[in-house]
Every structure is written in C-alpha cells, then in structure tokens.
Design a protein around this ligand. Structure first.
Ligand code: ZN
Length: 277
C-alpha cells in the first residue's frame, strides 16, 4: 500500500455504495467471459470527482482479465499475470494479454484482450486518430476502451469524431465524466447524441453516513491506521467529506503518511475539503 488516493480495490465489497455500477460490471464480466459477448456494453459513468467512478471501472477491467477469476464471488485472484499488470490509468499506454475465458460447456477459449485507457484531458486530435486506427481492427479479439474525463473532449469538439466508432467498432466503450452542477445549468456538459451512444448511463451514488463510517473503519483497519476516538472521529470525517469516499481517502492518506499512523480528530477538523475541483 503506497498511495491511498490512487488505491484500486481488490474485492467488490471494498467498493462502498454504487450498487448499480457494480451490477453493470457483474453482468458485463459474466456475459463477456461466459457467453462470448464483445460489444453492446457501452457505459457512461457520471458523478462528481472522487465518488468512485475510476476505481470501479479500473477494478471491473481487472476482473475481466483475471486468469483465475472466481465466478461465485465475482472477485479476481489478485496474483495472476493479468491481475498484476499496471491497471492505473496514468502512465499506462494500455496492454494486450491472452486470457483463457472458461466456458463451462466447451474447452477454454483463449481470447486476445486489448485494453486502451485514454486520458481525455491531454488527448490531441493526432493521438485520437492514432488510437482509433489501433482499435478499428475487426476480429474476435476483445477490446476495452476507457475514456476518462470524457467531457474534456466535448469541450474541444472532439467528441464528434467518436460518434461513428462508438456505434460501429466491435468493442466495449467505457467513459467517465465528472461535472460540477451550477445554478441554472443542468450540469451535463455532454452532447445528447454522444450520450446516446452509451446504452448504460449510470450516475455514482453516495453512501449514507453509517455505511461510510463502517467503510472508513474497515479501510483504516486494513491499512494499519489507528483511529483516535473512533466514535467521534469517523462520523465527523464522513460528514465533513460530504459523503464522498475519495475525499475521505485524502485524510486517511495523510494519517498513513505519518510515522505513528494515527488518524486524529484534529486532522479531520483541520483538513480543507475542496468540492470545486
Ligand atoms: Zn487474477
């Protein structure tokens, strides 16, 4: 555990709330791995920053490739060649891997699995064309394209370029977008036509206070963080972070970076939670 803010879960029960998003991934993983689906699962995940979009998506993609996947729990093994690949979005150019998708009725079918993460904040038009040329190949391979912060493309009128590929390329397109609601503004910066290319449009759900307190206690325990007066400190943290799990992780990260690994009440009181990022 090096970086709590960039933490990727290892089990589905480590993801707090977001039941609809989890259900999407369980269905998608099942249909891709057991029934041979390769498209038709385009997902647009929206919601404020740090509400768990990227961690759920990254973890779901990891599950797809696990060589010893457990279908009874839907959890990956965490130790196979595929699980230990770099799943972080940044500094990751994507990868391809051969996965034996177990079919209960037939022999295992090795599938070539390509993962293309795209950081839309820095993508140029030339980058986009190069990516599309790579993804365009039509065969039995499984392609997952993850467009993070996709509204950054529409801001530069590059979303138009994706309308056709989103519909025609046999791939699974996953996009995420954070937006801040403003007065008199629906807060939705994405074009309707673009949104409609995604059959599954899911908004992140914030956990209720009690669920979040329980989740924070579990994470502290797992990461060896001792909590000072937990019955006061954790509820205060859950409240002050506006129930946004990723905001609370910043405070846990600070505790984890201290020599004594203690989360104090004062550190929760002093932390500035910036919702306008
Ligand atoms: Zn694995």
């Amino acid at each position: 555990m090096k970086d709590i803010e960039r933490w990727i879960p290892e089990r589905w029960d480590q993801i707090v709330g977001n039941r609809v998003l989890k259900e999407y991934f369980w269905d998608m993983i099942w249909c891709v791995r057991k029934d041979g689906h390769r498209s038709g699962f385009n997902l647009l995940a929206t919601g404020p920053s740090r509400t768990g979009k990227t961690s759920a998506v990254t973890f779901g993609i990891k599950c797809l490739g696990c060589l010893n996947f457990d279908f009874s729990t839907m959890n990956p093994c965490g130790t196979c060649k595929s699980c230990t690949l770099n799943h972080h979005l940044y500094g990751n150019d994507g990868w391809e891997n051969i996965v034996d998708f177990l079919d209960e009725h037939e022999a295992p079918t090795p599938v070539r699995y390509h993962y293309h993460p795209v950081d839309c904040t820095r993508l140029t038009e030339a980058d986009l064309e190069a990516k599309l040329a790579k993804i365009r190949v039509c065969n039995e391979d499984l392609r997952i394209i993850y467009l993070d912060e996709v509204h950054r493309l529409s801001r530069r009128f590059m979303d138009e370029r994706l309308l056709k590929p989103l519909e025609d390329f046999p791939a699974i397109w996953i996009a995420s977008s954070a937006y801040v609601k403003r007065d008199g503004d629906s807060g939705q910066p994405l074009d309707k036509m673009f949104q409609n290319r995604f059959t599954f449009r899911i908004t992140t759900e914030l956990p209720d206070l009690d669920t979040l307190v329980l989740w924070l206690a579990k994470r502290c325990h797992e990461w060896g963080i001792r909590v000072e007066v937990p019955e006061t400190t954790l509820p205060l943290l859950a409240e002050r972070c506006h129930q946004i799990p990723g905001m609370a992780l910043q405070v846990l990260n600070k505790a984890h970076k201290r020599r004594n690994k203690v989360l104090t009440l004062a550190s929760v009181e002093e932390h500035v939670f910036d919702l306008e990022e």
